[in-house]
Each structure stands twice: as structure tokens, then as C-alpha cells.
Design a protein around this ligand. Structure first.
Ligand SMILES: NC(=O)c1ccc[n+]([C@@H]2O[C@H](COP(=O)([O-])OP(=O)(O)OC[C@H]3O[C@@H](n4cnc5c(N)ncnc54)[C@H](O)[C@@H]3O)[C@@H](O)[C@H]2O)c1
Length: 329
């Protein structure tokens, strides 16, 4: 399962009272002289992985970044994404040509998993499918040196479960980046019951070393951001279900009363009501006793009717491409 927009919007939704600028002002950013990870590996160069690869290489703390995709066409696509993103930074004057060349020069693009063998830290960002990740981690556990630390960028899968597949649960953490990785500062660093505290500390430090802001969280569904955000969207939908307030009034209230850049129903439409439904259904099945995980009737009705929000032109609102119209009566 992918939660592309959810991560981006989730953080966007916090931009008011707790946004990027405020965090930087508050001195949360701190850099250490060097990272203890010499060689970084990145698996999967899609939407998230290409960004992690770029940011890792640009940080200057790694001697080399090994970027792995199993198929040449996807490797080429990832490389192209990185090159374009770096070229954009250069054209905007945000990066010198010299730094761009140095960053690209650090990355080794490969379809050969054996090249990951002596990496110190690997960030995995392959598609959100537990079977695929199981096979990958089983293989990776065999291929890499025993000290290599694995970190999954999963949004919704259990870190503990993947750690088990890897055969090295003590050397396993989650690093949950937000989209787009190049811009978004937050990274949730996830530990399981079996993560070696020294391993967690190294991963946490690495996040700081690449210029991001780490937060620590246990292996709980949705980690911090989505665990708080998704139930809030569901509560807004339940209010509609109960006829307590209109779509417009709920959204206006959270914008003007709580300082959110967009209301919860607008946000749900933006993410995709099918994605919201998929996430919550999974949580309800896995955690039937958690009262925060509920599936509103209106969400199920809209998804069944194909009213998925922005992507289908109709959800809680009418949409014209990216432009939001009036609430659906
Ligand atoms: N998209 C988001 O906003 C977002 C945010 C945070 C976390 N995540 C998580 O990041 C991970 C990747 O998401 P994405 O949006 O970048 O997906 P994506 O589909 O854009 O990219 C996944 C990449 O993995 C590659 N891949 C598939 N099988 C592979 C394998 N066996 N080995 C190596 N590479 C393989 C694919 O070719 C593809 O390039 C998921 O776990 C997702 O939950 C996504």
C-alpha cells in the first residue's frame, strides 16, 4: 500500500502552528561532525527511494551510495529522477555545479544486489507489499555483512515483522521519510522491542547528519503522524455520518479555528478516499479493540460509489483537476 499523498499532506497540515520554519527556529536541527555510516545503500528508487538516495549523497557524509533496483528500466528511471532533481537545484542556484557533480559521483547505480554486501546502512523503499519485502529481506540478510543495519521506509507495515524476515532483528529500524524527501524535514525513526539501542541511536544520528529532523517512535500503526492524522479524518467523517455538521463547516472550523491549512475532509479527498479506506480497514482488522480505528459509513459508501475525491473529480467535494469546488450535497 502506498500513502504517497498522505505523508506529504500530513506534514503540510501541521505547517501552521508546528511547521517547518518553527522547528528550525527552535533549534531542533543539530549536526554532528560525521556519521558513523560510511557506505549507504538504498533499495528501490521510486518516489521515495530516489529522494533518500539524493539526500544521502548530497549530505557529503558517505564515501559511496549504492542505489539498487532489480530491473534496469527502473534503475534508469530512478537515476533520471535524481539527475533532474539535482539539475533543478542547480538551475535555481540552490546547488553549485561542483556540488551536483560530486553528489552524482558518489552514487553507484546497480541491479546487482551483491554490491550492497559491505554497506553499513541500507534504506529500503520498495513498493508497500509485505510478500515482496519478506523475500527481499530474507535475501538481503544473506547477502549483507552481519553488521549492516537495515531500515525500512514503510508507511504501514510492521517493522517487527520485517525485522524477523531479515534474520537480524537487533539491526533493524524504520526510517519513515515524507514526500517529497528532498524538501520534507521530518523523519520518524522507529524501534521495535528487539532493536539494539545502539543501532537505534546510530540511525537517529544519521537522520540528523543528512540534515533532517528525527523523531523517535515505537512500532505502532501509522507511527506518529499518520496515527494522529488518520483517526482525525475519520472523526470528521463520523460527524458527517451523524449529521452533526456539514462538510463545509467542519473544514472551515479546522482551518480557521485550529490553523490547519486545509480541513480534514478536503484533505481526505486530496489523499484519496480509497487510500484512507484501505489504511483504516487494515487497522480495524488488525486492532479491533482500538477505539480510534473506525470506518465511517460515509467513507465506505463513497468508495463503493467510486467517489474517491480529487482523483475521480468527486468525493466530499467536486474537483476540477487539482482545483476544489463546492461540497457535494
Ligand atoms: N509515497 C509516499 O508518500 C511515501 C511516504 C512515506 C513512505 N513511503 C513508503 O516508501 C516505500 C516506497 O514507496 P514509493 O512511494 O517510493 O513507491 P514507488 O512505487 O514509487 O517506488 C518503489 C520502487 O521499488 C522498486 N522495487 C520493486 N521491487 C523491488 C525489489 N525487489 N527490490 C528493489 N526495488 C524494488 C520499484 O521498481 C519502484 O521503483 C513504501 O514502503 C511506502 O509505504 C511512501
Amino acid at each position: 500500500m502506498h500513502m504517497p499523498t498522505i505523508s506529504r499532506i500530513a506534514t503540510r497540515a501541521c505547517k501552521g502552528p508546528l511547521g517547518r520554519g518553527r522547528l528550525e527556529e527552535s533549534g531542533w536541527r543539530s549536526f554532528s561532525a560525521s556519521s558513523s555510516f560510511d557506505k549507504l545503500g538504498v533499495i528501490g528508487l521510486g518516489l521515495m527511494g530516489h529522494g533518500v538516495c539524493q539526500v544521502g549523497a548530497a549530505s557529503g557524509i558517505h564515501s559511496e551510495v549504492i542505489a539498487f533496483e532489480p530491473e534496469q528500466q527502473y534503475l534508469d528511471r530512478g537515476k533520471d529522477r535524481i539527475e533532474k532533481s539535482i539539475a533543478k537545484l542547480v538551475s535555481k542556484g540552490k546547488m553549485t555545479q561542483e556540488a551536483a557533480d560530486e553528489t552524482l559521483g558518489k552514487i553507484t547505480f546497480t541491479t546487482d544486489m551483491a554490491q550492497l554486501m559491505d554497506t553499513d546502512f541500507i534504506v529500503e523503499a520498495v513498493i508497500e507489499n509485505i510478500n515482496l519485502k519478506r523475500d527481499l529481506y530474507s535475501e538481503l540478510g544473506q547477502v549483507c555483512k552481519p553488521e549492516t543495519i537495515f531500515a525500512s521506509n514503510t508507511s504501514s507495515l510492521s517493522i517487527s515483522e520485517m525485522a524477523g524476515f531479515s534474520g537480524r532483528p537487533q539491526n533493524f529500524v524504520g526510517v519513515h521519510f515524507f514526500n517529497p524527501v528532498q524538501l520534507m524535514k521530518l523523519v520518524e525513526v522507529i524501534h521495535t522491542d528487539q532493536t539494539d539501542p545502539a543501532v537505534f541511536d546510530k540511525a537517529y544520528q544519521w537522520v540528523q547528519d543528512i540534515g533532517k529532523v528525527p523523531v523517535s517512535c515505537g512500532d505502532t500503526p501509522g507511527f506518529i503522524v499518520n496515527r494522529l492524522l488518520v483517526p482525525a479524518l475519520m472523526q470528521a467523517m463520523l460527524m458527517v455520518d451523524r449529521g452533526e455538521a456539514s462538510v463545509r463547516d467542519i473544514d472551515v472550523s479546522m482551518q480557521l479555528g485550529a490553523g490547519h491549512p486545509m480541513g480534514p475532509l478536503h484533505l481526505a479527498d486530496y489523499i484519496g478516499l480509497d487510500t484512507c479506506c484501505f489504511i483504516v480497514k487494515g487497522w480495524v482488522e488488525l486492532f479491533p479493540d482500538e477505539p480510534a480505528f473506525v470506518l465511517p459509513k460515509i467513507l465506505q459508501t463513497k468508495v463503493a460509489a467510486g467517489e474517491l475525491g480529487r482523483k475521480t473529480g468527486k468525493g466530499f467535494y467536486h474537483w476540477d483537476g487539482d482545483k476544489r469546488g463546492d461540497p457535494v450535497e
